[in-house]
Design a protein around this ligand. Structure first.
Ligand code: SAH
Length: 222
């Protein structure tokens, strides 16, 4: 089956599974997922599954990327913060939908590769940095939207992140201490405070504090 045929099949699956936002489907259609996965997995780029990207991390399953992006209700005037750049795939999808994306990754080697891919796609509205995303990006706050793509183990949302969410803002974040009991949670900030909505169950790699040690050597190991 050609890449194009596989992509169409995937888009049909996403629609069937509840992705109805045509802007989100359009963005998924326009981002070539194969350039964000290691070469050995190219033939699986349009299967609806998570794939390894090195450093013990994964590129999320396309359905989860699509549903989380849809839940985020991103508009083209929005300034968006993503925590967990990983392969850069979700960043590319968000960048197609918003005005400006800020993205943070704790593994510098992953970030470097992600940035090369975004440049290759001529995506110029993304600012990326290596660091601990749980602290947010205070110099750039407030954000209209925040998307976290690693699971937060706490019961409450990370305060640094809700603090950096503007009034009227939305944050989508997987939460739950046990890997088997994670849920995607949506927070909406209004004048009255912060409203929480639990969405569907997921399995994400953990959101880890601080920056890792010894990344430079680890990069060669993959
Ligand atoms: N959005 C990514 C998914 C990557 S998986 C994609 O489309 O490919 C989650 C990523 O979050 C991993 O790369 C992991 O290293 C990163 N991560 C975990 N904790 C983090 C933190 N505190 N700050 C920034 N990135 C973090």
């Amino acid at each position: 089956m050609s890449i194009e045929a596989r992509k169409i099949r995937l888009l049909m699956q996403l629609r069937k599974s509840g992705v109805t936002d045509t802007r989100v489907l359009g963005a998924i259609e326009r981002v070539p997922r194969e350039i964000f996965v290691p070469e050995t997995f190219h033939d699986q780029a349009y299967e609806d599954m998570a794939l390894p990207i090195g450093m013990g991390q994964t590129i999320s399953q396309p359905l989860i990327v699509a549903l989380m992006t849809q839940a985020l209700e991103v508009g083209d005037r929005h300034k968006v913060l993503e925590i967990g750049t990983g392969s850069g795939y979700q960043a590319a999808v968000l960048a197609r939908l918003c005005r400006r994306l800020y993205t943070i990754e704790r593994h510098k080697p992953l970030l470097d590769v992600a940035q090369q891919r975004l440049a290759q796609m001529r995506i110029h509205n993304v600012t990326a940095k290596a660091g601990d995303g749980t602290k947010g990006w205070p110099e750039q706050a407030p954000f209209e939207r925040i998307l976290v793509t690693a699971a937060h183990g706490g019961i409450e949302a990370p305060k640094a992140l809700t603090d950096q969410l503007g009034v009227g803002g939305i944050m989508v974040i997987p939460m739950g201490s046990e890997r088997r009991k994670q849920r995607v949670v949506r927070f909406r900030r209004s004048d009255a405070g912060i409203e929480r909505e639990d969405l569907w169950p997921v399995r994400f790699v953990p959101l880890l504090p601080d920056e890792p040690e010894g990344d430079a050597s680890a990069a060669h190991r993959e």
